[in-house]
Ligand binder design. Sequence first.
Ligand code: NDP
Length: 465
Amino acid sequence: MEKPHSDALVFFGVTGDLAYKQIFPALQALARRGELEMPVIGVARSDWSPEQFRERVRDSLEKHGGVDEEAFKKLSARLQFLSGNYADDDTYRRLRELLGASKHPLHYLAIPPSTFELVAQGLAKSGCGDGARIIVEKPFGRDLESAQSLNLTLHKFFAEDAIFRMDHYLGKEAVENLHYFRFANTFVEPVWNSNYIASVQITMAEQFGVQGRGAFYEEVGALRDVVQNHLLQVLALLTMEPPQGSDVDSMRDEKLRVLEAMRPLSPAELVRGQFEGYRDEEGVAPGSVVETFAALRLHIDNERWKGVPFYIRAGKQLPVTGTEVLVRLKQPAHPVFSADRSCCENHFRFRLSPDVMIAIGARTKLPGQSMVGEATELVAQRHAHEEMTPYERLLGDAMHGDTALFTRGDTVEAAWRIVDPVLGNAAPALPYAPNTWGPAAASDIIAGDGGWNELSIEGKKDDPK
Ligand code: NDP
């Protein structure tokens, strides 16, 4: 049965930072494509006039991608502002009035996580939740227990297929690409297992620090900010079994299965780091032990991945900004070219940002008499940037009721189960100098597997997220 298209967008947290940086540009892009033929109601405590609201949107667009006058005109004609506190029943009563004949509103909760429950309840009690969908921004919980509790609360008011847990990383073209490449190519599957793969590593490096958001980061740290969500989701896409069907739940079932097969992290396989100078940032406690860097080793206890180590490394103030997956293949047991010492290192490399690249590492013979070669890369795909921003893609999908690129409740919990044992101060936060690859100990956990992939990306400072 075809799912109804949303007929109103209600945007909680419209005066916030995320709205300003990401959502207004995404809404303009949707308006340009004719995908925003509905009222857009912004809700916040502030009491803005319609003009103030429009000015804020224009200002956001000027700073983030530019104003497209025609699309902006369409967008502004749809904007309405509702001032009200989320704790106040009257806010939802007035919202119901504003929604008028709307039968399938999409409620986007771009608000502090502490208010998710309040708003979900307010929507349900007032009738604004009837026939509606709800998008919940990250973070989804702070640990396993809080994620379970949030799932329970949301399920009291909304069915699972009406809940869209946002992990904007899954809306990235490069991440979908990786998934496509894996299952669309016959030559990949035969080697995609412990017989041929020696190790898999993912690095998400940020050249910048906390960018004035020290108070926010103090509550989060690298494990919660990017590992539990974005990077474990990427790892699940890399390692899941082929889905049994082409429907959304077949894929989500396989993601769940592989996350459940990942061993919970142990402090012995984790290195936490903190860049020197972090404690001087505004909003950061002088004795903070929050990690701005994490390097970890994971294991998947199933037939396909028995014995293969998986490494994840994420950090701030590193030498470059970029995200890459490197899949190293095993060397042949009896190398034919024994004189060629580094023969026969093969790999797959997937760059997710700042540009998009898929490459296969191979060796070719150097001209001359001896059978000695050099490393080369066959670049299967390379393009500079994404067609659509993740927020544009995901908002459009949610309006269509398409949950494929959103995280299911049980999958979020499975990912928390993996990181839960090492949250907090499970391993010391070792200091590291800015512009280095984190504490020296991070190299030790991968030393036996060829070391970390040093991303060869130049001079980019953009946020890879
Ligand atoms: P902000 O603190 O900048 O904005 C919060 C918004 O919520 C404001 O519009 C505020 O309204 C409104 N609000 C808060 N409490 C109430 C209340 N009781 N009643 C009515 N309105 C209220 O947050 P962000 O925009 O930074 O983040 C929003 C969500 O998005 C969070 O879940 C965050 O984790 C997530 N996120 C943010 C990212 C970012 O880059 N900022 C990146 C990824 C996710 P008012 O200003 O009028 O008080």
